[in-house]
Design a binder for this molecule. Structure first.
Ligand SMILES: Cc1cc2nc3c(=O)[nH]c(=O)nc-3n(C[C@H](O)[C@H](O)[C@H](O)COP(=O)(O)OP(=O)(O)OC[C@H]3O[C@@H](n4cnc5c(N)ncnc54)[C@H](O)[C@@H]3O)c2cc1C
Length: 434
C-alpha cells in the first residue's frame, strides 16, 4: 500500500514526495524488490542519495543478531543504528573501529557511503572492518559477499550509495578499548600552513580533526583548532545517559544568517585562550558534539543547507584549500561548521571517497547565490584532481561527477551487467546518470 511522504536528507534540501515502505523481515524485502526502489537508513546523508520514487526504509530491521564479546565480532541487521550498537558493545570494552561525526546512522548507510572517521589516516574506511555482508539483488535474491567471495559486488557496494542492492546483514570487527574517555589535545593555529604542520607532525595520533575558522582573512586564512585524541587507558568504562536538547522544528526561524556565522566563527576561535590545551573528555563529546542537539539541521531554517565536502590530493591541498577559502570570501556565504581532516591512502572500492590528501567539509545555508559559488568550487576541485563526497551531494551534474570520479565507468558497467538501472534508482543516481 502507498504511504506517501514528503521526505528529504539531513540538509532538508532537496525534498521529494515518495512512497515509503517500512520493512521488518527478509521475506517482505524480496517481494518489494520487484518495484524500482532505493534503500534508506536514517536519512543522515545530506542530499538526495536516499531519495527516490519508492523508498525502502530499513529502520525497523534493526536486530543485533549475535555478539561475540570475547573476540569483538558482531552480526547486525542493516537498520541497526550506531547509537544502539555503541550501547551494546561499549560496556564490554569494545568500540566502533571507524566512527563518523554522528552516531545516528545505520550500519547499512555506513557501508553504502564507505564512511571514514577521524582515524582514516591510520585505519582507512569502515570497509576494512566489515567481515562480510549479505545483499539482496533484484532478480538474484540474497548474495553473501566478503573480500574473497563476490569481491566485485563487495568493492562496488562500499561507497556505491545504495545502487548495488539492499544490504540486509553485516558482520563487523570491533575495536578494543580500556576506557570511555578520550585524552584530547587542542592546538590553536594561526594560519593554514601552521594547521597543516600540526596535522602532519601528529600523524601517529589515533584521532585527528580540525575546525577551521572560515571568517579569518589574509595572514590568518586557514587558522583553526586541531583536536587530537586517543582512547584513555584509565580502565574507566562508563555509559552516561545524557539528555538531548530538543528543538521544536516548527518554531525555528532561520537563526543562522551569514553575519551571525561570521561572529560565531570569530568567538569560537577566540574562546580557546590557550595555545595548547589537554583534557580528558567523554567519548560522546569527542566524536559526536553535534548529536547533543536533536534536529540541529533545522537551525538553518526551512530552506535547509548544503554541505560541501571535497578532498584534494596531498601535494596540492594547500593551494587548493587557500583558493577555495578565498573564493568563498569573495561572496557573502559563510560556513560555521568547517571540518578539515588529513586522509590516509585510497582503497580499492570503486566509488569510495577518501584518498591521500586533505578533506574539508563546509556547511552553507541555502540561498540564491550559493549554487553559483559551489559551481566555482567544483572547478577548483577538478583543477586539482579532487572530488566531492557523494553522501553530502545534492547538486553535482553528470559531467562534474565524471571528472571527479574517474573510474565511474567500472561502476556503470557493473550496474549494467547486473541489470540494475531499471530496478534501483535514487534521485542522485538519475542526476549523475550512474
Ligand atoms: C552530523 C553528521 C556528521 C557526519 N560525519 C561523517 C563522517 O565523519 N564521515 C563520513 O564518512 N560520513 C559522515 N556523515 C555522513 C553519514 O555517515 C552518511 O551519509 C551515512 O551514509 C548516513 O547513513 P544513514 O543510515 O542515515 O543512511 P541514508 O542517509 O538513509 O542513506 C545514505 C545512503 O545509504 C544507502 N543505504 C542506506 N541503507 C542501505 C541498505 N541497507 N542497503 C543499501 N544501501 C543503503 C542509501 O540508499 C543512500 O544512498 C555525517 C553525517 C552527519 C549528519
Amino acid at each position: 500500500m502507498d504511504n506517501l511522504k514528503n521526505i528529504s536528507g539531513w540538509g532538508l534540501y532537496p525534498n521529494t514526495e515518495a512512497n515509503v515502505i517500512e520493512i521488518k523481515n527478509n521475506k517482505k524485502y524480496l517481494d518489494l524488490l520487484s518495484n524500482q526502489f532505493i534503500a534508506r537508513g536514517n536519512g543522515r546523508s545530506y542530499g538526495d542519495s536516499s531519495l527516490g520514487k519508492n523508498i525502502i526504509s530499513t529502520l525497523n530491521f534493526n536486530q543485533i543478531i549475535s555478539f561475540d564479546k570475547e573476540n569483538g565480532q558482531i552480526i547486525l541487521q542493516c537498520g541497526v543504528l550506531l547509537n544502539d550498537l555503541i550501547k551494546k558493545i561499549v560496556p564490554h570494552g569494545w568500540f566502533l573501529p571507524v566512527s563518523p561525526g554522528t552516531k545516528f546512522i545505520t550500519i547499512g548507510g555506513a557501508i553504502a557511503s564507505d564512511i571514514h572517521g577521524k582515524n582514516h589516516h591510520l585505519v582507512g574506511c569502515i570497509s576494512n572492518y566489515v567481515t562480510y555482508f549479505k545483499i539482496l539483488l533484484p532478480g538474484r535474491g540474497e548474495i553473501y559477499c566478503d573480500k574473497s567471495k563476490n569481491d566485485e559486488l563487495f568493492k562496488n557496494t562500499f561507497g556505491g550509495m545504495g545502487l548495488t542492492g539492499l544490504i540486509v546483514e553485516v558482520g563487523l570487527k570491533l575495536k578494543k578499548i580500556q576506557s570511555t574517555y578520550i585524552e584530547q589535545t587542542t592546538i590553536k593555529t594561526q594560519n593554514l600552513k601552521e594547521t597543516f604542520d600540526v596535522m602532519e607532525k601528529n600523524l601517529s595520533e589515533e584521532y585527528s580533526v580540525c575546525w577551521l575558522d572560515t571568517s579569518a582573512q589574509k595572514k590568518n586564512l586557514g587558522r583553526g583548532l586541531v583536536y587530537l585524541g586517543k582512547h584513555s587507558e584509565d580502565k574507566n568504562i562508563l555509559i552516561k545517559n545524557r539528555k538531548k536538547i530538543k528543538i521544536y522544528k516548527k518554531f525555528i526561524p532561520n537563526l543562522c544568517g551569514n553575519y551571525l556565522f561570521k561572529i560565531l566563527n570569530f568567538f569560537f576561535y577566540k574562546k580557546n585562550f590557550h595555545q595548547i590545551k589537554k583534557e580528558k573528555i567523554y567519548f560522546d563529546d569527542y566524536f559526536y558534539p553535534l548529536d547533543k542537539i536533536d534536529n540541529w539541521n533545522y537551525f538553518y531554517g526551512k530552506k535547509g543547507f548544503l554541505q560541501y565536502q571535497f578532498c584534494i590530493p596531498f601535494e596540492d591541498s594547500y593551494n587548493g584549500i587557500i583558493e577555495i577559502l578565498q573564493e568563498i570570501q569573495k561572496t557573502k556565504n559563510v560556513s560555521f561548521t568547517s571540518v578539515l581532516k588529513l586522509m590516509g591512502k585510497q582503497n580499492q572500492n570503486t566509488l569510495s571517497f577518501p584518498f591521500k590528501g586533505y578533506t574539508l567539509a563546509l556547511d552553507f545555508p541555502r540561498d540564491q547565490n550559493l549554487f553559483k559559488l559551489l559551481d566555482k568550487l567544483d572547478q577548483i576541485v577538478i583543477k586539482y584532481n579532487g572530488k566531492v563526497y557523494l553522501t553530502k551531494d545534492s547538486r553535482l551534474n553528470k559531467d562534474t561527477f565524471r571528472k571527479m570520479y574517474k573510474n565511474y565507468k567500472i561502476f556503470y558497467e557493473f550496474r549494467k551487467k547486473y541489470n540494475l538501472f531499471n530496478r534501483i534508482q535514487s534521485n542522485q543516481s538519475k542526476r549523475l546518470d550512474i
